[in-house]
Design a protein around this ligand. Sequence first.
Ligand code: ZN
Ligand code: ZN
Length: 771
Amino acid sequence: MEVRRQIEVSGIVQGVGFRPYVYRLATGRHLRGTIRNTSAGVTIEIQGPAETVQDFVEHLPAEAPPLARITNVAVHDVPCLAVQSNGVQEFCIVHSREGEEVRTLISPDVAICPDCLREMFDPNDRRYRYPFINCTNCGPRFTIIRDIPYDRPSTSMAVFSMCPACLAEYENPLDRRFHAQPNACWKCGPRVELWDKSGKRIECRDSIAEAVSGLDTGLVVAVKGLGGFHLAVDATNPAAVALLRQRKRRVEKPFAVMVPDVQAAQEICELDAAAAKVLQSIQRPIVLLPKKLPLGAGAGLSIIAEAVAPFNRYLGIFLPYTPLHYLLLAEGGFKALVMTSGNLSEEPIAIDNREAVHRLNGLADYFLVHNRDILLRCDDSVVRVAGGIPRQLRRSRGFVPVPVFLKDDQPSVLAVGGELKNTICLTKGKHAFLSQHVGDLENVESYSFFHEAIEHLERILEIKPEIIAYDLHPNYFSTKWARQQSGTKLVGVQHHHAHIASCMAENHLEGRVIGFALDGTGYGTDGNIWGGEVLIAGYEDFERAAHFEYVPLPGGEAAIREPWRMAVSYLAHHFGREFLGLSIPFVRQLDPAKTELLLRMVERKVNSPLTSSCGRLFDAVAALVGIRQEVNYEAQAAIELEMTITPSEEETAYPLKLLAKGHQWIIGTRPLFEALLNDLSQNLPVAAISRRFHNGLVEGFVQLATLLRDKTELHRVCLSGGTFHNFYLSQRLEAQLSEAGFEVFTQKEVPSGDGGLSLGQALVAAAKLRA
Ligand SMILES: [Zn+2]
Ligand SMILES: [Zn+2]
């Protein structure tokens, strides 16, 4: 029996080779019908024997092209059409009546696909060793778009006209380069050049081979990638890594390492099946993986220079994703290349050739450039895999601008994020579009990138925000910018409320939850610096149910850079000046003059704002146990404190004291410090102290969650904030809360750190205006 069905497919199904795919799926089964683009996605009509049509419907989502992301498939029966009635007997692609393509969602930049890779290394292929080979399933998208609709004239490929061979592929619905906008070849496409450090073109037969010999001799080569420049050195050459550190003025923050394949990753890191899958995914994020520990003398020692990621048990590893990366690695036979963002310190990544030569002046010896412009900078994404699930630490290239899919329709909101690790977020309907990683808004370059990101996203997504959401901190650049905007409603959102809302949003939660928002810094509604907060929260509002007891932050920002100040602050807070008589190395090594100055500052309440920050508590403990008195990058002390924990069965936990104060619980830390000082005076190893500290926090938090459940009858707990980038803490807390009968929600799609803040701000602002 013949049937005809109408299938509406929503999601990212345009500009990703979906129509040719459906065409092949239908014609392969001798089915008749049509496919056309609509504002929600595509609509397919399919007619043929009932069984075959059913088979088609079942295969449709399962074998979709790699860039497609199907969010919904709706199937309806429609009356059969007589074979000849519309003159169509076969399956055909219908172009929209107005002659315009309706493009809804834009796909991100993704890694070169296996088909293109095979062609590139095939000496008989016309694109043999061509560094810009791509097809409908792979290559650049987001970073080459100037405007919508996503067609070649609106991209940075507009300046290259396709040769007849490329054009034929582009126009053939059965070709895997059908409508591949960046399609190009040796004859008609972009080219690579090698420049010296002053930006002068180096005349040579083969730019890539020349760049490889530079890397071989320990030089720093700036390489133009998908979303910006990388600075590359041979990761197995300690002198080259040291040179890069010194030039980049980056003291100890880990560098990411690109390795040729999964096998190479396996040689230097512990890699399970889930992590291997993420490593090879089309997004090709940097994946944090545990370094292989040396197994006895000589065996298992890493080939990677120690200076790549000092004092860190993890290494950020990624696989090549552009054809150029593959050529570089294959040509040089490199086992690993450091590939770090082409920038100085915390500035945005450089994208333009001339800009790179100017801004990376003195950093790179060579520039491997090309003439396909990057229109929008986009850093590498960073994920970690926990419990088999990839979790975003920095959501950028490969993921942006794929939206976070929301439960309910939202008004158009622009949320401008926080100050550090900034992202912005735009909402439209059920979609929340987070920008790429904008970074720390602390310099002029970052400010202009912030403007660029907003302007570009608004344009390509066609969103005119009605509401602007911002953080309450009066001195954040993003806050000041938001408050200057006119013509839209402005809504301030408390930092930790936004964290919890972000977690709720990606988990499609409604109503109220118990939210643990733990991080370094967030402006509180009482003007103090919050950071160890337990909220009873919904989208529209929150109640501060508990927080760490306040301690002074002596010297404000300086206390963040110098953890020893926090240790002194905590000791003075709990024990007064008596702590100076303690016989522990930390106290013995204090500079008496500096300490005296600090104590007076605290006692006279000068430049010592109060904080309940969880990050600062980690800093204090890290300083006390002698890990680090000063830091070179954000959260360094906390990260290194976590890294000292070795596997053990020991369950000892330092106690916290929960004190009722009005409607709130104050999380008291005095017993914790008493136990810790006792262990220190007994010379207990740092690994054990760190574990007992972490275990103590977990135990205290579970106890607190239980008290709040008794009071509120809420059993859903959301965990968010930068502190949850701590693997040990988050996994242990999640496990113990689940064991205690809580339903625990964490962040996966967006970072739990400040990179995910904008999503929560958007939903809170929308809810506040609805209420
Ligand atoms: Zn391809
Ligand atoms: Zn061509």
